[in-house]
Design a protein around this ligand. Structure first.
Ligand SMILES: *Cc1c(COP(=O)(O)O)cnc(C)c1O
Length: 690
């Protein structure tokens, strides 16, 4: 026993490895947890904190030389990453760190399935933004909410009905830690709600070199009802919504102060966070003796706003009664009167609008694609710029593709500077056979993962058992089931669809996944319709329940084509097609959001045309005609055109997808754009090279 004591001591940094989400994009760190307990790794949904608490394998691992070596490699990798000083930011913005950096406020963060505080694209974008900020050495602190029950687990009944299951999680079982104040005590802040103070515990999620602070109302000092205020993302009614936005905006600024952060720039990711500006004005008025006007101008100069919603109805707004019930003390706090405060957010419908507040109190604003920038300028006015969304390369590239690229890339440029197009030129010369093998293996793994899930799903719901055939052409469609995304467009002409999928020598399958917001009945109806139509089509349409980042990772690398057919111009950007293209899975999409900026006729397929239609029906029929026609004439034939098993024509599209999408639509490029266009002009400090 004495001999293994030193080894066991050596494992003392495992909890630290688990608590920094760097493992979520570093396979060599993740592998330590997987090796330690492969079964628990799956059973805990890849949650290393729970795995370490529950595994019984530590004593054996401590005597396993192979494990110790992997562990030491992982610790070294984390230490090196954290110690790196010659980052992109250090060169481009040397004043960024002394300035205090950026505070990035978002109602949701999609970092990993083990921390389910996201619902969809907005959250995943925020998570990818933070990860790239870390990679780039950009000093940034995220601010969000710890939802005790997350979003929800989606269950689909045998007749296609969505139900929502909520389970509470104990924060101590998640990869996060209590944030501390300057004295090393656990950090708490409070926010005034009508007639009481709400106390909030502050948690810290470490994401590489940066962190995210998450606010949590579930503490014993609060009334029971108040403890539930942060239970659910986008749950509850208007009172819960305004409370959550006060928690995020007002509580968020107080949390930053509590942990000793004084950011130079405040970034509102969507209007949910706009109350942060009022709190900063309150600080300026009551702590620094500024007048209301001075405070407003000061805050505005150092605030930036990203809008994501192309329809007016999507913007959060509160009726006067509700607003004044919650913010009655704020005119006095800001040393102004009610009318002036109201005008900061007043919209034409007579409500207090969070987008208006964000517009009025920010120095720079942006939409999230070129088209969305235009739409936002029309809707919100003036100087709204655009910065097109991207994805965090290392979170979305499948391990097999990563290995293939590693083998053929010349040098490290594609790893260090994935935003540089020339760094990806090696992809042109990848041998088709190797590319096809890497994809096919990922596809096989995806199919066995999905098929295992489908089996559980059918056993629980009593529905027909379906499975994916990895030899078929598999087309993926997975995203939130909001009606504008038109998930049922494919079903418009059942006979034609039947012909497309019905050729036994050229099988075609569609895999669908996605949650509908609990209150979105039309969205849920889409799921029912898909389910009902699938019944008559054998294995052609498969619906997998409970879409999350884990399923997303499998699908974006493993399917053959990524399909998206939103109603133009309602897809502000979309990012899942970027994840797919990065993996050589070509995008097949309506020319909306990011896709018109990337589509070149060789890197995927367009659905419909970029034009205005007289009616929604007209757009639907034009798009569906294009969708079927492109499947029949281009996609299916090209996929099945093989020479010695390898589809060379298809491989050319795959390569073109990777080369054109991987660099430009990475968050590495996106966060640099934010630094240049949004952060630097508004407080981050100058770029000495410009
Ligand atoms: C990337 C992602 C999204 C966004 O998908 P879009 O098709 O861009 O709407 C939504 N949910 C999850 C889990 C994702 O990973």
């Amino acid at each position: 026993m004495e001999n293994d004591a030193p080894n066991r001591r050596l494992l003392h940094r495992l909890p630290e490895l688990a608590r920094n989400l760097l493992w979520s994009w570093r396979p060599s760190i993740q592998t330590v947890f997987e090796r330690l307990d492969a079964k628990l790794w799956e059973d805990t949904e890849h949650n290393p904190t729970r795995l370490l608490a529950e595994t019984k394998n530590l004593p054996t691992a401590a005597e396993d030389d192979g494990f110790i070596a992997a562990y030491e490699r992982a610790v070294r990798e984390m230490d090196e990453y954290l110690a790196e000083t010659s980052t992109w930011t250090a060169a481009a913005y040397p004043e960024a760190a002394p300035s205090g950096g950026v505070a990035y406020f978002s109602a949701e963060f999609g970092l990993h399935e083990s921390l389910p505080v996201y619902s969809g694209g907005l959250g995943v974008l925020a998570g990818d933004h933070v990860k790239s900020a870390s990679d780039l050495g950009l000093p940034l602190t995220g601010v969000g909410i710890l939802y005790a029950q997350g979003y929800f687990r989606q269950r689909i009944s045998a007749d296609g009905r969505q139900s929502e299951e909520y389970e509470s999680f104990d924060p101590s079982t998640r990869p996060l830690e209590a944030a501390t104040d300057g004295n090393g005590d656990e950090a708490y802040v409070s926010v005034e709600l009508p007639g009481r103070e709400l106390r909030l515990k502050v948690w810290r999620v470490r994401v590489g070199r940066v962190s995210i602070l998450l606010l949590d109302a579930d503490v014993p000092e609060n009334y029971d009802d108040d403890r539930a205020l942060t239970s659910r993302l986008y749950g509850g009614g208007r009172r819960t919504r305004i409370s959550q936005e006060m928690i995020l905006g007002i509580g968020g600024v107080r949390a930053l102060r509590k942990v000793g952060a004084s950011p130079a720039v405040f970034h509102m990711n969507e209007g949910h966070a706009a109350f942060l500006a009022l709190e900063r004005m309150r600080e300026a008025v009551s702590e620094n003796g500024r007048s209301f006007d001075e405070a407003r101008d000061e805050v505005k100069r150092t605030t930036v706003f990203t809008t994501h919603t192309p329809v007016p109805a999507g913007h959060d707004a509160f009726e006067g009664d509700l607003f004044w019930e919650f913010l009655s003390e704020w005119p006095e706090k800001l040393s102004t009167d009610g009318d002036i405060l109201w005008r900061l957010g007043a919209d034409t419908a007579g409500r207090f609008n969070m987008t208006r507040l964000a517009m009025n109190l920010s120095a720079s604003q942006n939409g999230v694609s070129e088209i969305h920038g235009e739409v936002s300028r029309d809707m919100l006015g003036g100087g709204v710029k655009h910065i097109t969304n991207g994805v965090h390369t290392w979170s979305w590239l499948s391990p097999r593709m990563e290995n293939l690229f590693e083998k053929h890339a010349r040098g490290r440029a594609w790893r260090r500077c994935p935003e540089t197009p020339s760094a990806w030129s090696f992809v042109e010369e990848l041998p088709d056979g190797e590319l096809w093998t890497a994809h096919s293996e990922t596809k096989r793994e995806m199919a066995s993962f999905i098929n295992a899930r489908l089996e559980i799903q059918s056993e629980r719901s009593g529905s027909r058992k379906q499975s994916l055939d990895p030899d078929a052409l598999i087309i993926g469609f997975a995203r939130r089931f909001a009606t504008y995304k038109r998930a049922t467009l494919l079903l418009s002409d059942p006979e034609r669809l039947r012909r497309i999928v019905g050729d036994p020598s050229r099988p075609v399958q569609f895999v669908f996944a996605g949650k509908s917001h609990p209150a979105d009945e039309p969205g849920k109806e889409f799921i029912r319709t898909l389910h009902a139509s699938a019944d008559g089509l054998g294995e052609a349409i498969v619906f997998l329940e409970d879409y999350d980042m884990n399923i997303a990772r499998h699908l974006v690398g493993g399917v053959d084509v990524w399909m998206n057919n939103p109603r133009r111009p309602l897809e502000a950007s979309g990012t899942s097609g970027q994840k797919a293209s990065l993996n050589g899975v070509p995008n097949f999409s309506v020319l909306d959001g990011w896709w018109p900026e990337a589509y070149n006729g060789k890197n995927g397929w367009a659905i419909g045309e970029e034009k205005e239609f007289a009616s929604e029906d007209e757009q639907d029929s034009a798009d569906v005609e294009s969708l079927y026609g492109t499947l029949e004439n281009s996609i299916v034939p090209l996929f099945y055109e093989r020479s010695e098993g390898v589809p060379h024509g298809w491989a050319a599209v795959m390569k073109e997808a990777i080369i054109t999408v991987a660099p430009e639509f990475s968050t590495q490029r996106m966060v640099q754009d934010y630094a240049h266009k949004m952060y630097a002009p508004n407080g981050l400090g100058r770029n000495p090279g410009e």
